[in-house]
Ligand binder design. Structure first.
Ligand code: MN
Length: 292
């Protein structure tokens, strides 16, 4: 028996001067495997005054995964990385105990920007460890029926991404041409499909941009059907059972860990390094349980 398919609406959030559609976390869907956060940015115009300009901010206990459909973003971090990312490429930053990064768009690119930013919760074994950054310019591709896939993380359709991940999971960009595609799935994984461009029927349920179709677990395969060429993002993984506490840009296991991270960022402690960015450092909002 497999779970039912549930289509959920994303909620709108602001990142830099962009409005994004946040597909994860939702109240009804906190995680898909270890994927714990998913923003669909754009398509939107990058201009003198509007862009994905996110100043230096910290992360803990997660990996950020950036994938662009259109546009360009300049990544800078406290490890000294400076990396322009373009469509077809992947940036993976591992926070571990702590890292700081900035994402700049307006100075380096004019035109349409569209992409996704995803977070992967790190397991106990790696979440206190060292930070890292990797850029993957060449990602494996596969075609399944009428779908052209790029494997961003993990393994799908017999292709494996070189991106380092700490738990069994998959992330894939999929361009679905008109007609039906049947994808083989793993019954021990849970999955979700985020619609990025066009309408796609996922196991018979329609999903359009701004929506995420949760497939649950227990499935051997899924049918996708598009009337016009469409694009979706497939996320999946082994259910991640650790109790996550997420506040702002921190992923932890309890409130005291969050409080410690908030205080160290506020106090400019050694845990979080600096980033060479023209953008202003972003202060952390104070959680309601921390006294002023
Ligand atoms: Mn970030």
């Amino acid at each position: 028996m497999s779970d039912d398919i549930t289509v959920l609406d994303s909620h709108e959030a602001r990142v830099g001067s962009f409005t994004v559609r946040r597909a994860l976390p939702r109240r009804q869907l906190r995680t898909v495997g270890a994927w714990c956060f998913a923003d669909h940015m754009g398509p939107a115009e990058v201009t003198e005054t509007a862009g994905l300009d996110v100043g230096p901010h910290p992360h803990t206990g997660l990996q950020t995964v950036t994938w662009l459909v259109e546009g360009a973003v300049l990544h800078r971090d406290s490890l000294g990385s400076e990396q322009l990312i373009r469509p077809g490429e992947l940036n993976v930053m591992t926070a571990g105990h702590g890292v700081v990064h900035a994402e700049e768009a307006a100075d380096t690119y004019r035109g349409t920007m569209q992409g996704v930013q995803l977070w992967i919760a790190q397991p106990e074994e790696s979440r206190h460890g060292a930070a890292a950054f990797a850029h993957h310019a060449d990602l494996p591709r596969a075609t399944v029926d009428r779908t052209d896939l790029t494997v961003l993380a993990g393994e799908f359709a017999g292709e494996r991404s070189a991106a380092q991940v700490d738990t069994p999971l998959v992330g894939a960009d999929a361009v679905v041409r008109p007609g039906r595609s049947t994808w083989e799935l793993r019954a021990d994984f849970e999955y979700a499909v985020i619609a990025l461009e066009g309408e796609v029927f996922v196991g018979g349920e329609v999903a359009k941009p701004g929506q995420i179709a949760s497939l649950g677990r227990g499935r051997q395969e899924i049918d996708l059907e598009a009337r016009e060429t469409s694009r979706v993002l497939l996320l999946g993984g082994e259910p991640f059972d650790d109790p996550l506490v997420m506040w702002w840009n921190f992923v932890a296991r309890d409130r005291s860990e969050i409080s410690a991270a908030v205080a160290e960022w506020r106090d400019r402690g050694a845990r979080f390094g600096g980033v060479d960015s023209r953008l202003a450092r972003i202060p952390s909002p104070v959680p309601p349980w921390m006294s002023a």
